[in-house]
Design a protein around this ligand. Structure first.
Ligand SMILES: *[C@@H]1O[C@H](CO)[C@@H](O)[C@H](O)[C@H]1NC(C)=O
Ligand SMILES: *[C@@H]1O[C@H](CO)[C@@H](O)[C@H](O)[C@H]1NC(C)=O
Ligand SMILES: *[C@@H]1O[C@H](CO)[C@@H](O)[C@H](O)[C@H]1NC(C)=O
Length: 413
């Protein structure tokens, strides 16, 4: 047996870097790295999938009886899958489509965002412009559902990708996310972790006008530039805007041209603390949308930032650690794939098939038009427009409440 394969069975080995003891990745087989999904969660996922398929079939029968043709049918239903469950050629097809999007010309006029240099950048611009209106507000989940869908659609229609948007099943690799199929730096990954630089974790700082204090978060195992995998030499053009202590903003409020390398700070500390199996079970067990969002998004600028914020800062670095520019890291899209999956599964779990979960945006502090209802503002209505700027067409919240309604016909495996 070769030394490498003996080492492969060792999950973590301590290596000293400039006096710091750093857990170092060995080429651990995925099956050793992936932790087993608790059976309670498996049951909930199965229940949700069965309910969605039944509901689509029922709707299809009803419509055909009335002589109508349903736009979503059981045959057409597409399933988004966990990144590591894709074959290497499927992962490569996804990676190549993302790279393609990064080479297509932008639709955003230079007068709006001179830093936008590609179709990929169009998506970052619209997120930067709307950050303070699309987080901790009633449109947060619908906006990001439409956003991820439009990104997936661009990959398919503009870059010839024929698969679905994959997701990052947060707890699955939480003991060493940097070694997971998503971030191990092999040609099928979304690029490796950043190079290890001894550092404290990020300190997140509320944007002006937003309540809460500075929060020190745990450090990851990177901090430097990504040097391995398909996005090793990727250029970030836009941002940063703000949100991290000690990170100066780029030109023109982040919309100017600011070419630089991709940095990440992935590691187990943030992952285990904010997005473990218990987190997922707790999330899926919430009785209503206000409670669901409280678990999912936590309370901004307190230590309880929830799996949404927790996993953003687990990507960390630049632009991943920047609230505004975070979609500039390709990992954003698998994280938000999982965000959408959690919401879609929770919606389907309403008993026996609750329409409330497809119509109710709640009435809690995150159900309003302003960030955590600061300053106080009206509740977000289902008629509100989800604006994608130059990235994609707009729609209304009502059109995106179900992943098998409106233009959609997808669910999650
Ligand atoms: C989808 O793409 C993969 C990889 O490029 C290819 O092998 C497969 O044949 C394609 N499938 C369809 C239905 O086009
Ligand atoms: C990144 O760029 C450097 C310098 O141009 C080059 O040596 C290296 O091979 C590139 N890495 C990848 C993964 O493309
Ligand atoms: C799991 O996540 C929850 C938050 O969802 C956290 O309170 C708990 O401490 C985490 N467990 C561990 C072992 O870190």
């Amino acid at each position: 047996m070769k030394a490498a394969s003996i080492l492969g069975s060792v999950l973590l080995a301590a290596v000293s870097v400039q006096g710091h003891v750093v857990p170092q990745a060995r080429d651990t087989p995925v099956e050793d790295l992936a932790s087993e999904e608790p059976s309670q969660i498996t049951s909930l996922l199965e229940e949700a999938k069965a309910k969605v398929i039944n509901q689509v079939a029922l709707n299809e029968r009803k419509m055909r009886k009335r002589g109508l043709t349903p736009s979503c049918t059981v045959d057409k239903l597409r399933f988004r899958r966990e990144y590591g469950s894709l074959s290497t050629s499927e992962r490569l097809a996804y990676v190549n489509a993302v790279k393609c999007l990064q080479t297509l010309p932008p639709l955003t006029p230079a007068s709006v965002a001179p830093g936008a240099r590609s179709r990929f950048d169009d998506f970052i611009v619209t997120h930067i412009q709307q950050t303070l209106n699309i987080h901790f507000s009633g449109n947060f989940q619908p906006w990001h559902r439409w956003y991820v869908y439009q990104y997936e659609k661009a990959l398919r229609e503009e870059c010839g990708y024929n698969g679905s948007q994959p997701y990052w099943d947060w707890p699955k690799y939480s003991s060493a996310p940097q070694d997971s199929p998503l971030f191990n730096g092999d040609p099928y990954s979304l690029g490796g972790n950043g190079e290890y630089i001894p550092h404290e974790g990020p300190v997140i700082v509320p944007p002006p006008g937003v309540g809460g204090g500075n929060i020190q978060l745990p450090a990851g195992l990177g901090g430097g530039y990504v040097t391995t995998g398909p996005f090793a030499n990727m250029t970030i053009n836009l941002g940063p805007v703000g949100g991290l202590e000690g990170v100066p903003a780029g030109p023109l409020g982040g919309l100017g041209y600011n070419p630089r390398g991709l940095k990440r700070d992935i590691g187990p500390a943030m992952n285990q603390r904010y997005a473990n199996w218990t987190t997922v079970l707790t999330l899926l067990s919430q009785p209503n949308i206000d409670a669901f969002r409280h678990v999912s998004e936590g309370v901004p600028y307190t230590p309880e930032i929830g799996p949404h914020g927790g996993m953003h800062y687990n990507i960390g670095g630049d632009p991943g650690g920047d609230l505004f520019t975070s979609p500039g890291d390709p990992a954003f899209w698998v994280h938000h794939g999982q965000m959408d999956r959690m919401w879609a599964v929770w919606q389907a779990l309403g008993s026996p098939f609750s329409t409330t979960r497809y119509t109710d945006l709640g009435s809690g502090p995150y159900a309003h038009q302003s960030w955590a209802n600061e300053p106080p503002s009206p509740l977000t209505p289902l008629t509100e427009v989800l604006d994608m700027g130059y990235a994609a067409p707009s729609t209304t919240i009502a059109n995106v409440m179900s992943t098998t309604g409106g233009e959609f016909c997808y669910f999650y495996l």
